[in-house]
Write a protein that binds this ligand. Structure first.
Ligand SMILES: Nc1ccn([C@@H]2O[C@H](COP(=O)(O)OP(=O)(O)OP(=O)(O)O)[C@@H](O)[C@H]2O)c(=O)n1
Ligand SMILES: O=C(CO)[C@H](O)[C@H](O)COP(=O)(O)O
Length: 445
């Protein structure tokens, strides 16, 4: 086994040093795992992940297996893959899917540009699916580009919100202890019924925990456990940590996980997952203005109003648009003060289309016009603005949701204030909801 880092007393030493990671510690430890510590003489453990994704999702109660159910039109499993593949030190990801869904899975990988994924056929139970994934990683598999890792992460394909810090903690603890897994406090008390359907006994809730995912193992430990375990285990077992204990006498280290690690199981979990994703991608709004006039201008006043309406959201403007797109901002408000056409909006849409930003999440663009009767006749303005329906249809194909907003611009200061407030409320709602039924509409504030 490789020493990590050299000079320490092996895995245990490394684990002790990396316990309780936060901030800079996390970055430093992650760089050890990604190999960035090589110059300093550290050798990183090779880490791979196995994702069981061969279930039928009976409890979800829909014909599509839950891992393929769409959230904002993208299959759930793609979110989980994205969460794992953005972790630079995970070298390989093996996904176990049924033969029936193999082609669908290949299409998902291609469409959402996932990298470093290998597919294996799943088994009839979760344990059998995991075992198949491990076999693909084990040494001496013919025609296989995979190599045996030192540490393997096991993570359900239906837990999309796994973060790098918990992955790092379980991997580090697995290096030290042989096995590790995320846990959560129990929400409900666990009771044991007797055969007559009456209470036999109840467990003391504070002394027990819910076992969640991710889990990580020294590869040799978990592979040995799976090779030794009985058909009964493979058929009815639900806990990989237990296999390591039963067959390899390894007591797994338990790591407190976040509430977002829960497993999507019922239909309501899809709604919860969608809400979490929508909230995450609504945290930044970029305001693009066709004027750089003074702070008192109506466009800037709308921007200020938006900042008040969404006080926890970062509202940026006047910065390099390419850079903002690179930083993965998924919400744009294009404020047209000078013109009543879509020239500025079109420029923005072209940039977004070229950037591929919308491959993973729908990007919202709201084109704002001011209804100022004095500058352009209303009829002519509306004729121009109705083009938005066609633009919206076109860009929807690229997962860009384009909406129009007309803000009434009266002379009366109080009424103007009210229109701007209403405009900011509509913008906030469009961004939070990402309703594709409203694309191409001209909403009026
Ligand atoms: N034969 C199986 C059964 C389950 N899984 C996977 O194991 C994970 C967790 O299992 P679970 O939530 O029980 O999924 P399902 O078996 O699909 O759900 P249900 O029990 O409701 O049918 C899921 O990613 C699921 O796809 C698997 O790879 N192979
Ligand atoms: O959380 C777990 C980890 O130990 C479960 O055992 C795992 O997710 C399997 O779920 P299920 O029993 O529903 O297939």
């Amino acid at each position: 086994m490789e020493s990590w880092p050299p000079g320490g007393s092996g895995p245990a030493e490394a684990g002790r040093r990396l316990r309780g990671l936060r901030g800079a510690d996390l970055a430093a430890s992650a760089s050890l795992l990604s190999g960035a510590g090589a110059e300093a003489g550290c050798s990183a453990p090779a880490v791979a992940a196995v994702l069981p994704a061969g279930g039928s999702g009976e409890r979800m109660g829909v014909p599509t297996p839950k891992q393929f159910c769409p959230i904002l039109e993208r299959p759930l499993i793609s979110y989980t893959l994205q969460a794992l593949e953005r972790v630079s030190w995970i070298k390989d990801i093996v996904v176990a899917v049924t033969g029936e869904n193999m082609e669908a899975m290949k299409c998902i990988i291609q469409r959402y540009q996932h990298k470093g994924i290998s597919l294996v056929e799943s088994g009839v139970t979760r344990h059998r699916s995991i075992f198949n994934g491990l076999k693909a990683l084990a040494e001496d598999q013919p025609n296989c580009r995979l190599s045996k890792p030192e540490v393997v992460i096991i993570h359900d394909a239906v837990r999309p919100f796994v973060e790098e810090d918990v992955l790092l903690k379980v991997v580090t603890a697995a290096k030290e202890h042989g096995a590790a897994g995320a846990i959560r406090p129990l929400v409900s008390t666990v009771i044991s019924p007797s055969v007559d359907g009456c209470l036999d006994h109840s467990l003391e809730r504070a002394r027990h925990r819910a076992s969640e995912m991710p889990q990580a193992f020294l590869f040799d430990v978990i592979y040995e456990a799976y090779q030794q375990c009985s058909d009964y285990d493979l058929e009815f077992g639900t806990e990989c940590l237990h296999l390591a204990l039963k067959y390899c006498h390894i007591k797994a280290k338990l790591i407190e996980g976040s509430p977002d690690l829960w497993k999507v199981t019922y239909k309501r979990d899809l709604y919860a997952a969608e809400s979490i994703i929508k909230e995450r991608i609504s945290q930044q709004i970029c305001v693009v203005m066709d004027t750089k006039e003074d702070e008192e201008h109506v466009g800037h006043r709308l921007e200020e109003m938006l900042k008040n309406e969404l006080n926890h959201v970062k509202v940026t403007s006047g910065r390099d648009l390419q850079q903002i797109i690179l930083e993965q901002c998924y919400n744009f408000v294009c404020v047209n003060v000078m013109t009543s056409d879509f020239e500025e909006t079109q420029k923005l849409l072209n940039m977004l289309e070229e950037s591929n930003l919308s491959i993973l999440y729908p990007v919202v663009v709201i084109s704002v016009q001011f209804l100022d009767y004095e500058s352009v006749p209303f009829g002519q303005k509306m004729e121009n603005l109705m083009q938005i329906r066609e633009f919206a249809k076109q860009v929807k194909k690229r997962n860009i949701l384009l909406y129009g907003l007309l803000v009434y611009y009266p002379q009366d200061e109080q009424k103007l204030q009210e229109s701007l407030r209403q405009g900011a409320t509509i913008i906030a709602a469009l961004i939070k909801e990402r309703n594709s039924g409203l694309i191409g509409q001209l909403l009026v504030a």
